[in-house]
Structure formats: structure tokens, C-alpha cells
Design a protein around this ligand. Structure first.
Ligand code: SF4
Length: 328
């Protein structure tokens, strides 16, 4: 069924939605515009469900644009990448999700195939990372508000709005009831944040997935700051695959400077605990791979190489030392 589709078609509007920490939604994390209602107002997950967003006129129109061979404005980042000769997210998705390509109901602009969810479940977080802000971290939002003197002024501050909106996963019970109905279709869940391990509602949702027998067809990816080793981790053994990425872009005091509020030794301990828990099925992904500060990354490896020794047992230390030795 996928023959004769326009060359620039993208799979994601048919099968995916991304939610933001403050409860807005987009077809994917690179789309420029948030999904809106016919009156131009942004959908808010404080009041709406994912089903409503996925079946919205906006999404139907977007799919229609792709089917008509157009290049939607909201996808400008992909068009710019492709014009520069690089591989866009659209192209990557085509490769990564090739096994699903022929199953997509391409001619249906209002399908029922919400398979991949990229969920930033609010902005609750215990850290104030220097690369972050009030949009994604309740700690940053609280600090910003603390600098505003008057109570009235505080409520007018943008950070106050982020703090309120960032609580949406704890406030909209209908969102989770709707998520339960989506379970038969879901193939992949990505949880980032905020700090996803602080969102109890997501563990409750995973429990429903286990209880209803849907866990076995679902893969999960997490991005965590590494400060938590959650009690509900036993749930993960029921899922098809679970992958954890740790936000680590430096070591020791530099790490604690960049990830304010985190304790380097505690995070290393937690990664060791995760490793023991998962055994060979664990994937440790350090952020240095995608970091845009190559100098910092190289100096980190150089430093690791200096104190590399055979006694290291921590899996992350071993992984980094291996890379360091390859480089230096
Ligand atoms: S074309 Fe690019 S920006 Fe648009 S939905 Fe696909 S991946 Fe996202």
C-alpha cells in the first residue's frame, strides 16, 4: 500500500504524538508548531486526551498535506536538513521504522494507529541543570518565582504558569483513562521529563499495561537524570524491551556543577544498581555522544584515561574508560 506515495511523506503524523512538559502536543519533537484547535488555541493536555489531539482537524489536515505531496511548514527543520544534504528525522524514521511502513493506513487521514508516544510528562524534577529551564524543571520554575517579590506579581510570572501547566499529568485523570484505552495499539513509549521516575502516574499506567497483558508488545525508552532507582522497577520485566539513557555529560564536580542538585557518587551508584537489575539487557547511553561541546567531551575522556585502571567495576566507568583508551 505504500507504493506511489509522495516522495516527501513522513510516517510520524500517522503513528506518533509528542507531549511537552507543559501539556501541549506536536506531531514529533522537531515540528515547529504545537497542535491547535480550529480556533487557533493550542490543545492542552490539562483538559484534553491524546485521542482528541491525534484525531484533531489539525492532524487530519497535516496528513492531507503530506498526501498531496506538500511540505508542511511545521516540518521546516526536516526540509532544511534535507536541503543541506543531511539525513532528517523524517528520513531516519523511515529507516528506523521500516518494518511498520507497509502497515500504515496511508490513505486514511484519520486513522487509528497511535503506536509511538513521546511523553514528556510534566516538569516535575529534583534538579536545576544548567542546560534546562522552568519549562522542563519545576525546581527552576520555583527558583525564578522566588526572585519575584510580590505574591500578585508571582502569579503573573511566566515561571508560575509553567509550574501550574507542568502539573498536568497529576491533574487530568481523563488523560490516563484514555491512555489505558490506547494500550492495544501502543508499540513504543518514550518517557523523558522533567524526571520521569518521579511521575507516579506513569508507573500506575505501566501496571495497567501489565495487568491487561499489553506490556509484552511495548518497548520503553527512558531519559533519566540518574538520581532515582525506582521501587516499581519490577514492572519492567513484563515489557518487550526497556532501555534507559542517563543524562551524563561530565564527571565528578563538573557533573555536579552542570546538573545542579545531583550527587556524582550517588548517580554512579544508581547506574551500578540498574546494571545489576537489568544484567545484559541494559543499555547505558551517556549524553556525551550527542553533546555539542566536543571539547568538553574529549577532555572528559582524557581525564578518564588518566585514572583508568583494571580495578574499575562500575559499568559506566568501564564503558568510558574503553572509549578513552581508544582515543588517547
Ligand atoms: S517531517 Fe520531520 S518535523 Fe515533520 S513530522 Fe516528520 S519528522 Fe517531524
Amino acid at each position: 500500500m505504500s507504493n506511489n506515495l509522495p516522495e516527501k511523506i513522513c510516517m510520524l503524523p500517522w503513528i506518533s504524538i509528542e507531549t511537552s512538559p507543559i501539556g501541549t502536543a506536536r506531531p514529533c519533537c522537531l515540528a515547529i508548531d504545537e497542535i491547535t484547535k480550529p480556533n487557533g488555541e493550542k490543545y492542552s493536555l490539562r483538559e484534553h486526551t491524546l485521542d482528541e489531539v491525534y484525531h484533531s482537524e489539525y492532524m487530519q489536515d497535516l496528513r492531507g498535506q503530506f498526501l498531496a505531496g506538500e511540505k508542511p511548514e511545521t516540518c521546516k527543520r526536516c526540509w532544511d536538513e534535507e536541503a543541506a544534504g543531511r539525513t532528517s528525522k523524517r528520513m531516519n524514521s523511515r529507516i528506523r521504522l521500516k518494518d511498520y511502513y507497509d502497515d500504515v493506513k496511508w490513505q486514511d487521514t484519520n486513522p487509528d494507529q497511535l503506536w509511538f508516544l513521546d511523553l514528556k510528562l510534566g516538569n516535575i524534577c529534583n534538579l536545576k541543570c544548567r542546560i534546562c529551564g522552568s519549562w522542563s524543571s519545576s525546581k527552576w520554575a520555583k527558583e525564578e518565582i522566588d526572585y519575584v517579590p510580590e505574591l500578585k506579581n508571582r502569579k503573573e510570572h511566566l515561571a508560575y504558569t509553567f509550574l501550574q501547566d507542568g502539573a498536568w499529568p497529576r491533574e487530568n485523570a481523563d488523560f490516563w483513562l484514555n491512555m489505558n484505552t490506547l494500550l492495544p495499539n501502543i508499540k513504543y513509549l518514550e518517557f523523558t521529563g522533567g524526571e520521569p521516575f518521579l511521575i507516579q502516574q506513569h508507573f500506575d499506567f505501566l501496571k495497567t499495561a501489565v495487568r491487561t497483558g499489553h506490556a509484552e508488545h511495548i518497548e520503553i525508552h527512558y531519559n533519566t537524570n540518574g538520581t532515582q532507582f525506582p521501587e516499581d522497577r519490577e514492572l519492567w520485566s513484563h515489557f518487550k524491551h526497556v532501555e534507559i539513557a542517563f543524562s551524563i555529560d561530565n564527571t565528578d564536580k563538573r557533573f555536579e556543577y552542570e546538573r545542579y542538585g545531583a550527587d556524582w557518587n550517588e548517580v554512579q551508584d544508581n547506574i551500578g544498581k540498574f546494571h545489576n537489575f537489568f544484567g545484559k539487557n541494559m543499555y547505558v547511553v551517556d549524553n556525551s555522544v550527542g553533546a555539542n561541546t566536543a571539547g568538553v567531551v574529549n577532555s572528559m575522556y582524557k581525564r578518564m584515561a588518566q585514572f583508568a585502571n583494571e580495578d574499575q567495576t562500575n559499568p559506566v566507568a568501564k564503558q568510558w574508560i574503553k572509549k578513552a583508551r581508544e582515543l588517547y
